[in-house]
Design a protein around this ligand. Sequence first.
Ligand code: AHG
Ligand code: MN
Ligand code: MN
Length: 329
Amino acid sequence: MSMTLHDFLLAKRDARLSELAPVLAALAQACRRISTAVRCAAFTGQTGLAGSGNVQGEEQKKLDVLANRLMAEALHACPQVRAFASEEDEDSTPGSHAANPDGVLVAFDPLDGSSNLDINGPVGSIFSIQPGPPGDTVGTADFLQPGRQQLAAGYALYGPATVLVVGSVAGVHAFTLDEARGEFLLSQSGLQIAPDCSEFAINAAYQRHWHAPVTRYVGECLAGRDGPRGKDFNMRWMAAMVADVHRILQRGGVFLYPADQRASARQGKLRLLYEAAPMALLVHAAGGLASSGHEPILDILPASLHERVPVLLGARHEIERLNDYHRQA
Ligand code: AHG
Ligand code: MN
Ligand code: MN
Protein backbone atom coordinates (compact mmCIF):
# COMPACT_ATOMS: atom_id res chain seq x y z
CA MET A 1 0.00 0.00 0.00
CA SER A 2 1.19 3.53 -0.71
CA MET A 3 2.85 5.59 1.96
CA THR A 4 0.99 8.54 3.44
CA LEU A 5 2.56 12.00 3.37
CA HIS A 6 2.82 11.74 7.14
CA ASP A 7 4.80 8.48 6.95
CA PHE A 8 6.95 9.81 4.10
CA LEU A 9 7.98 12.75 6.30
CA LEU A 10 8.52 10.50 9.34
CA ALA A 11 10.79 8.23 7.27
CA LYS A 12 13.18 11.17 6.62
CA ARG A 13 13.49 10.36 2.91
CA ASP A 14 14.33 14.07 2.49
CA ALA A 15 15.67 15.55 5.73
CA ARG A 16 14.80 19.11 4.60
CA LEU A 17 11.17 18.18 4.07
CA SER A 18 11.01 16.14 7.29
CA GLU A 19 12.13 19.15 9.32
CA LEU A 20 9.14 20.98 7.88
CA ALA A 21 6.66 18.19 8.69
CA PRO A 22 4.30 20.36 10.80
CA VAL A 23 4.07 23.12 8.19
CA LEU A 24 3.68 20.61 5.33
CA ALA A 25 0.92 18.87 7.31
CA ALA A 26 -0.84 22.22 7.78
CA LEU A 27 -0.54 23.01 4.06
CA ALA A 28 -1.79 19.52 3.13
CA GLN A 29 -4.79 19.97 5.42
CA ALA A 30 -5.59 23.36 3.85
CA CYS A 31 -5.27 21.91 0.33
CA ARG A 32 -7.57 19.02 1.25
CA ARG A 33 -10.19 21.49 2.47
CA ILE A 34 -9.76 23.70 -0.63
CA SER A 35 -10.15 20.60 -2.81
CA THR A 36 -13.51 19.85 -1.16
CA ALA A 37 -14.58 23.50 -1.43
CA VAL A 38 -13.78 23.57 -5.16
CA ARG A 39 -15.61 20.29 -5.83
CA CYS A 40 -18.72 21.26 -3.82
CA ALA A 41 -18.95 24.95 -4.79
CA ALA A 42 -22.08 24.50 -6.93
CA PHE A 43 -24.20 23.44 -3.95
CA THR A 44 -22.55 25.43 -1.16
CA GLY A 45 -23.12 28.87 -2.69
CA GLN A 46 -19.42 29.34 -3.49
CA THR A 47 -19.63 30.01 -7.25
CA GLY A 48 -19.07 33.37 -8.92
CA LEU A 49 -17.56 36.66 -7.87
CA ALA A 50 -17.01 37.74 -4.30
CA GLY A 51 -17.76 41.36 -5.20
CA SER A 52 -14.32 42.49 -4.00
CA GLY A 53 -10.90 43.05 -5.50
CA ASN A 54 -7.45 42.15 -4.23
CA VAL A 55 -4.42 44.42 -3.82
CA GLN A 56 -3.40 43.80 -7.44
CA GLY A 57 -6.72 45.09 -8.75
CA GLU A 58 -8.00 41.63 -9.74
CA GLU A 59 -11.66 40.69 -9.17
CA GLN A 60 -11.86 38.01 -6.52
CA LYS A 61 -14.02 34.92 -6.89
CA LYS A 62 -15.79 33.59 -3.82
CA LEU A 63 -13.44 30.60 -3.96
CA ASP A 64 -10.34 32.87 -4.02
CA VAL A 65 -11.55 34.36 -0.75
CA LEU A 66 -12.52 31.00 0.79
CA ALA A 67 -9.25 29.30 -0.25
CA ASN A 68 -7.33 32.23 1.23
CA ARG A 69 -9.20 31.82 4.53
CA LEU A 70 -8.60 28.05 4.63
CA MET A 71 -4.86 28.56 4.05
CA ALA A 72 -4.69 31.31 6.68
CA GLU A 73 -6.55 29.20 9.27
CA ALA A 74 -4.27 26.20 8.79
CA LEU A 75 -1.07 28.26 8.85
CA HIS A 76 -2.18 30.34 11.82
CA ALA A 77 -2.75 27.14 13.81
CA CYS A 78 0.73 25.80 12.98
CA PRO A 79 3.37 26.62 15.63
CA GLN A 80 6.16 26.28 13.04
CA VAL A 81 4.83 29.24 10.99
CA ARG A 82 6.05 32.68 12.06
CA ALA A 83 4.22 34.61 9.35
CA PHE A 84 2.45 34.06 6.07
CA ALA A 85 1.75 36.14 2.95
CA SER A 86 -0.89 35.64 0.26
CA GLU A 87 -1.65 36.84 -3.25
CA GLU A 88 -4.97 38.03 -1.85
CA ASP A 89 -3.64 40.17 1.03
CA GLU A 90 -1.65 43.39 0.80
CA ASP A 91 0.68 42.61 3.71
CA SER A 92 1.93 39.52 5.50
CA THR A 93 0.15 38.21 8.62
CA PRO A 94 1.97 37.11 11.79
CA GLY A 95 1.36 33.51 12.83
CA SER A 96 0.38 32.40 16.33
CA HIS A 97 4.10 31.75 17.10
CA ALA A 98 5.71 34.76 15.40
CA ALA A 99 8.73 34.61 17.72
CA ASN A 100 9.47 30.87 17.30
CA PRO A 101 13.25 30.82 16.59
CA ASP A 102 12.87 27.68 14.46
CA GLY A 103 9.80 28.96 12.64
CA VAL A 104 9.46 29.62 8.91
CA LEU A 105 7.65 31.99 6.53
CA VAL A 106 5.07 30.78 4.02
CA ALA A 107 4.02 32.69 0.89
CA PHE A 108 1.13 31.31 -1.14
CA ASP A 109 -1.29 31.69 -4.02
CA PRO A 110 -4.44 30.18 -2.46
CA LEU A 111 -6.17 29.54 -5.78
CA ASP A 112 -4.25 29.67 -9.05
CA GLY A 113 -6.00 29.74 -12.40
CA SER A 114 -9.28 30.86 -10.90
CA SER A 115 -10.63 31.91 -14.33
CA ASN A 116 -11.00 28.14 -14.87
CA LEU A 117 -13.54 27.84 -12.05
CA ASP A 118 -16.41 28.90 -14.32
CA ILE A 119 -15.72 26.01 -16.70
CA ASN A 120 -14.83 23.23 -14.22
CA GLY A 121 -11.24 23.44 -15.44
CA PRO A 122 -8.13 22.70 -13.38
CA VAL A 123 -7.10 25.07 -10.58
CA GLY A 124 -4.47 24.81 -7.87
CA SER A 125 -2.70 26.29 -4.84
CA ILE A 126 1.01 27.21 -4.73
CA PHE A 127 3.25 27.66 -1.69
CA SER A 128 6.81 28.68 -0.87
CA ILE A 129 8.52 28.04 2.48
CA GLN A 130 11.36 30.37 3.47
CA PRO A 131 13.57 30.57 6.55
CA GLY A 132 12.46 33.04 9.20
CA PRO A 133 14.60 36.08 10.12
CA PRO A 134 16.93 36.18 13.13
CA GLY A 135 15.40 37.76 16.22
CA ASP A 136 11.86 37.47 17.43
CA THR A 137 10.02 40.00 15.27
CA VAL A 138 8.81 39.35 11.74
CA GLY A 139 7.28 41.50 9.03
CA THR A 140 6.59 41.76 5.31
CA ALA A 141 10.20 42.81 4.52
CA ASP A 142 11.41 39.42 5.81
CA PHE A 143 9.70 37.74 2.83
CA LEU A 144 11.93 39.60 0.36
CA GLN A 145 14.45 36.77 -0.09
CA PRO A 146 15.76 35.30 -3.35
CA GLY A 147 14.15 31.99 -4.31
CA ARG A 148 17.42 30.10 -3.74
CA GLN A 149 16.83 30.49 -0.01
CA GLN A 150 13.53 28.58 -0.08
CA LEU A 151 13.54 25.55 2.20
CA ALA A 152 10.81 23.84 0.23
CA ALA A 153 7.97 24.59 -2.16
CA GLY A 154 4.97 22.89 -3.65
CA TYR A 155 1.52 23.04 -5.10
CA ALA A 156 -1.79 21.24 -5.07
CA LEU A 157 -3.55 20.60 -8.38
CA TYR A 158 -7.33 20.21 -8.13
CA GLY A 159 -7.88 18.26 -11.35
CA PRO A 160 -9.61 14.92 -11.97
CA ALA A 161 -7.51 13.86 -8.97
CA THR A 162 -6.14 16.18 -6.29
CA VAL A 163 -2.36 15.91 -6.31
CA LEU A 164 0.01 17.55 -3.81
CA VAL A 165 3.52 18.04 -5.19
CA VAL A 166 6.23 18.90 -2.67
CA GLY A 167 9.95 19.43 -3.17
CA SER A 168 13.23 20.74 -1.85
CA VAL A 169 16.52 21.09 -3.73
CA ALA A 170 16.94 17.35 -3.13
CA GLY A 171 13.93 16.25 -5.16
CA VAL A 172 10.24 16.48 -6.03
CA HIS A 173 7.51 14.06 -4.95
CA ALA A 174 3.80 13.74 -5.74
CA PHE A 175 1.04 12.61 -3.35
CA THR A 176 -2.46 11.85 -4.61
CA LEU A 177 -5.44 12.52 -2.36
CA ASP A 178 -7.31 9.36 -1.38
CA GLU A 179 -10.66 11.06 -0.85
CA ALA A 180 -12.12 8.09 1.05
CA ARG A 181 -9.33 8.13 3.65
CA GLY A 182 -8.71 11.87 3.53
CA GLU A 183 -4.98 11.13 3.16
CA PHE A 184 -2.35 12.11 0.62
CA LEU A 185 -0.60 8.93 -0.61
CA LEU A 186 2.82 8.92 -2.28
CA SER A 187 2.23 8.39 -6.00
CA GLN A 188 5.54 9.49 -7.58
CA SER A 189 9.01 10.12 -6.18
CA GLY A 190 12.00 11.89 -7.74
CA LEU A 191 10.18 13.56 -10.63
CA GLN A 192 12.47 14.56 -13.51
CA ILE A 193 12.10 16.88 -16.51
CA ALA A 194 13.82 15.68 -19.71
CA PRO A 195 16.31 18.25 -21.10
CA ASP A 196 14.68 18.26 -24.55
CA CYS A 197 11.04 18.41 -25.50
CA SER A 198 8.62 19.07 -28.32
CA GLU A 199 5.75 20.75 -26.46
CA PHE A 200 5.38 24.39 -25.45
CA ALA A 201 2.79 26.45 -23.56
CA ILE A 202 2.13 30.16 -24.10
CA ASN A 203 -0.99 32.32 -24.41
CA ALA A 204 -0.78 33.08 -28.14
CA ALA A 205 -3.49 35.74 -27.86
CA TYR A 206 -0.70 38.18 -26.84
CA GLN A 207 1.48 37.39 -29.87
CA ARG A 208 1.33 40.92 -31.26
CA HIS A 209 2.69 42.27 -27.95
CA TRP A 210 5.62 39.84 -27.62
CA HIS A 211 9.28 40.86 -27.62
CA ALA A 212 11.60 39.61 -30.39
CA PRO A 213 13.22 36.65 -28.53
CA VAL A 214 9.84 35.10 -27.74
CA THR A 215 8.51 35.75 -31.25
CA ARG A 216 11.61 34.03 -32.65
CA TYR A 217 11.40 31.02 -30.31
CA VAL A 218 7.69 30.37 -30.84
CA GLY A 219 7.99 31.02 -34.58
CA GLU A 220 10.70 28.38 -34.85
CA CYS A 221 8.59 25.88 -32.88
CA LEU A 222 5.60 26.54 -35.13
CA ALA A 223 7.72 26.09 -38.28
CA GLY A 224 8.14 22.50 -37.10
CA ARG A 225 10.09 20.05 -39.20
CA ASP A 226 10.24 22.57 -42.07
CA GLY A 227 11.99 25.18 -39.89
CA PRO A 228 15.38 25.51 -38.15
CA ARG A 229 14.37 23.15 -35.31
CA GLY A 230 13.75 20.31 -37.75
CA LYS A 231 10.96 18.76 -35.68
CA ASP A 232 7.26 19.34 -35.01
CA PHE A 233 6.07 20.85 -31.70
CA ASN A 234 2.75 20.46 -29.94
CA MET A 235 1.10 23.32 -28.00
CA ARG A 236 -0.91 23.31 -24.73
CA TRP A 237 -2.23 26.15 -22.54
CA MET A 238 -4.15 25.31 -19.37
CA ALA A 239 -4.75 28.91 -18.12
CA ALA A 240 -3.55 27.71 -14.72
CA MET A 241 0.19 27.69 -14.14
CA VAL A 242 -0.18 24.83 -11.67
CA ALA A 243 -1.68 22.58 -14.36
CA ASP A 244 0.94 23.59 -16.94
CA VAL A 245 3.83 22.98 -14.52
CA HIS A 246 2.30 19.65 -13.49
CA ARG A 247 2.16 18.56 -17.14
CA ILE A 248 5.83 19.52 -17.54
CA LEU A 249 6.80 17.49 -14.44
CA GLN A 250 4.92 14.53 -15.94
CA ARG A 251 5.87 14.57 -19.62
CA GLY A 252 8.23 17.49 -20.17
CA GLY A 253 7.86 20.69 -22.14
CA VAL A 254 8.21 24.43 -21.55
CA PHE A 255 5.86 27.03 -20.08
CA LEU A 256 6.22 30.70 -21.02
CA TYR A 257 4.54 33.72 -19.48
CA PRO A 258 6.99 36.34 -20.76
CA ALA A 259 7.00 40.09 -20.33
CA ASP A 260 5.30 41.78 -23.29
CA GLN A 261 4.42 45.27 -24.43
CA ARG A 262 1.04 45.50 -22.67
CA ALA A 263 1.14 48.02 -19.82
CA SER A 264 -0.10 45.25 -17.49
CA ALA A 265 2.64 42.80 -18.50
CA ARG A 266 5.81 44.94 -18.70
CA GLN A 267 7.28 42.73 -15.94
CA GLY A 268 5.25 39.69 -16.94
CA LYS A 269 2.09 38.71 -15.09
CA LEU A 270 3.06 36.04 -12.60
CA ARG A 271 4.15 36.98 -9.12
CA LEU A 272 7.72 36.20 -8.06
CA LEU A 273 7.27 35.21 -4.43
CA TYR A 274 4.31 32.84 -4.52
CA GLU A 275 4.03 31.74 -8.16
CA ALA A 276 7.37 31.91 -10.00
CA ALA A 277 9.91 31.18 -7.22
CA PRO A 278 8.23 28.06 -5.78
CA MET A 279 7.70 26.61 -9.26
CA ALA A 280 11.31 27.49 -10.13
CA LEU A 281 12.55 25.54 -7.09
CA LEU A 282 10.57 22.46 -8.14
CA VAL A 283 11.63 22.72 -11.79
CA HIS A 284 15.33 23.07 -10.87
CA ALA A 285 15.09 20.17 -8.42
CA ALA A 286 13.66 18.07 -11.27
CA GLY A 287 16.55 18.93 -13.60
CA GLY A 288 14.87 21.75 -15.53
CA LEU A 289 15.50 25.51 -15.57
CA ALA A 290 13.43 28.59 -14.74
CA SER A 291 14.49 31.98 -16.11
CA SER A 292 13.21 35.51 -16.56
CA GLY A 293 15.03 35.48 -19.91
CA HIS A 294 17.85 37.47 -18.33
CA GLU A 295 18.63 35.61 -15.10
CA PRO A 296 17.59 32.54 -13.12
CA ILE A 297 14.31 33.23 -11.31
CA LEU A 298 15.87 31.77 -8.15
CA ASP A 299 18.52 34.56 -8.11
CA ILE A 300 16.08 37.49 -8.20
CA LEU A 301 15.86 39.51 -4.98
CA PRO A 302 12.26 40.74 -4.68
CA ALA A 303 11.74 44.43 -3.90
CA SER A 304 8.10 43.96 -2.90
CA LEU A 305 5.70 41.21 -1.87
CA HIS A 306 3.60 41.24 -5.03
CA GLU A 307 6.40 41.87 -7.55
CA ARG A 308 5.85 40.34 -10.99
CA VAL A 309 8.41 38.52 -13.11
CA PRO A 310 8.59 37.08 -16.66
CA VAL A 311 8.57 33.27 -16.45
CA LEU A 312 10.22 30.82 -18.85
CA LEU A 313 10.50 27.34 -17.33
CA GLY A 314 10.83 23.67 -18.12
CA ALA A 315 13.17 21.58 -20.30
CA ARG A 316 16.77 22.65 -19.70
CA HIS A 317 17.97 22.87 -23.31
CA GLU A 318 14.91 24.87 -24.38
CA ILE A 319 15.32 27.42 -21.57
CA GLU A 320 19.04 27.72 -22.43
CA ARG A 321 17.99 28.42 -26.02
CA LEU A 322 15.50 31.07 -24.86
CA ASN A 323 18.22 32.66 -22.68
CA ASP A 324 20.52 32.75 -25.75
CA TYR A 325 17.83 34.43 -27.84
CA HIS A 326 17.40 37.07 -25.10
CA ARG A 327 21.16 37.65 -24.95
CA GLN A 328 21.39 38.05 -28.73
CA ALA A 329 18.48 40.51 -28.92
P1 AHG B 1 -4.39 33.63 -10.60
O1 AHG B 1 -5.65 32.90 -10.93
O2 AHG B 1 -3.79 33.20 -9.30
O3 AHG B 1 -4.52 35.13 -10.72
O4 AHG B 1 -3.24 33.20 -11.65
C1 AHG B 1 -3.55 32.97 -13.01
C2 AHG B 1 -2.27 33.00 -13.78
C3 AHG B 1 -1.69 31.63 -14.17
O5 AHG B 1 -2.13 30.57 -13.45
C4 AHG B 1 -2.01 31.46 -15.62
O6 AHG B 1 -0.99 30.76 -16.26
C5 AHG B 1 -2.14 32.86 -16.09
O7 AHG B 1 -2.54 33.64 -15.00
C6 AHG B 1 -3.14 33.02 -17.20
O8 AHG B 1 -3.11 34.34 -17.61
P2 AHG B 1 -3.81 34.82 -18.99
O9 AHG B 1 -5.27 34.83 -18.71
O10 AHG B 1 -3.21 36.19 -19.23
O11 AHG B 1 -3.42 33.82 -20.05
MN1 MN C 1 -1.90 32.38 -9.67
MN1 MN D 1 -4.66 33.13 -7.22
